[in-house]
Ligand binder design. Structure first.
Ligand code: PMV
Length: 315
């Protein structure tokens, strides 16, 4: 069996996080500057059925069989085996590497799952269609995040900007012009599951108020999709700022995120907002390409521990 490999990009949510959990639309884009890579090779010296996993980024080197049932890599591998209706796997070594920062809203978990699922299926001689890859990666997300919307595994699988709404087919849509974003990390590790849980508790207490905020987010998301399709950066920036205000109302921002968003707005960004689960993790700013390095430096001065300039190509 020949060696097989696959990569998957990071991702970032541009509009609509949290409201997407409540069946409103959201827009996410791939971030190609960072990626996960999986490589599967036959292990001629090992007994049949043994899959040895090496993930040096998380100091993991182990026999798959010894990993706990809930381990994400194990769920991904077992998912492929079950999908292909195999009773056992041939002896193999699976190497996983990733340059995507962990727990920072950049989709590292989904990207690792997608890369592993694709590489393993290819190694087994049965490359999977995208919808199967996406569904298998979603199973891992469920295990990790409880009630994920499914946006991460979808954007990472298709590696294109998507408009995603739970329970509906997602939409790929055109993007009229190349856009440049600066992503800046507060350095505060934050659990998406905890933030989603806190929003749910607040929603239970004040459902009408929260539903109203989610509706306002939904309007922003649909307007943002139109702005992306028409290439209106000014409008996109305005919508990012408006989305950030609503995320503050949902109580998922933090002083550090607000400081970076303010620094971006003061530094000439067209717009800025937190991205993902919030309460830490990343923010994203839309900027003219020639100002991106200046803005990245400014965000570092304002406390960002890491910045990333990413270009979304025309689609
Ligand atoms: O923190 P991230 O980028 O994985 O995004 C979480 C997005 C939420 O809407 C808060 C949760 C979800 O499952 O969609």
């Amino acid at each position: 069996m020949p060696l097989a490999s696959a990569t998957a990009p990071g991702k970032i949510i541009l509009f609509g996080e949290h409201a997407v959990v409540y069946n409103r639309p959201a827009v996410a884009i791939p971030v190609h500057q960072v990626q996960a890579r999986a490589l599967v090779a036959p292990d001629l010296t090992a007994p049949s059925g043994r899959v040895w996993i090496e993930a040096p980024d998380i100091q993991l080197s182990a026999d798959l069989a010894t990993l706990p049932t809930g381990d994400p890599l194990k769920i991904a591998v077992e998912g492929v085996r079950e999908y292909l209706k195999l009773s056992a796997l041939p002896a193999a070594r699976l190497q996983v590497r990733s340059t995507i920062p962990v727990a920072a809203g950049l989709g590292s978990g989904a990207a690792v799952s997608v890369a592993v699922i694709r590489a393993l299926a290819a190694f087994l001689g049965s490359p999977l269609p995208d919808d199967a890859v996406c569904a298998l990666a979603y199973r891992v997300e469920q295990r990790l995040h409880g009630t994920p919307s499914g946006i991460d595994n979808t954007v990472v699988t298709y590696a294109r900007p998507i408009c995603f709404q739970r329970g509906q087919p997602f939409a790929l849509f055109p993007v009229a012009r190349e856009l440049t974003f600066v992503i800046a990390d507060t350095g505060i590790k934050s659990s998406t599951a905890a933030a989603v849980g806190a929003v749910r508790e607040a929603w239970k207490k004040e459902p009408a108020r929260y539903e109203q905020i989610f509706d306002e987010v939904a309007t922003i998301v649909m307007d943002a999709r139109l702005a992306l399709e028409s290439g209106s950066t000014v409008e996109l920036g305005r919508l990012m700022n408006a989305n950030h205000q609503l995320l503050k109302e949902l109580d998922v921002s933090s002083p550090e995120l607000d400081r970076l968003v303010q620094a971006a707005q003061d530094g000439g960004a067209a717009g800025a907002k937190l991205s993902g689960g919030g309460r830490g993790g990343n923010m994203i700013a839309l900027v003219e390409p020639e100002r991106s390095n200046y803005l990245a430096a400014r965000l570092s001065n304002a406390g960002a521990v890491r910045t990333l300039v990413t270009h979304l190509p025309r689609w």
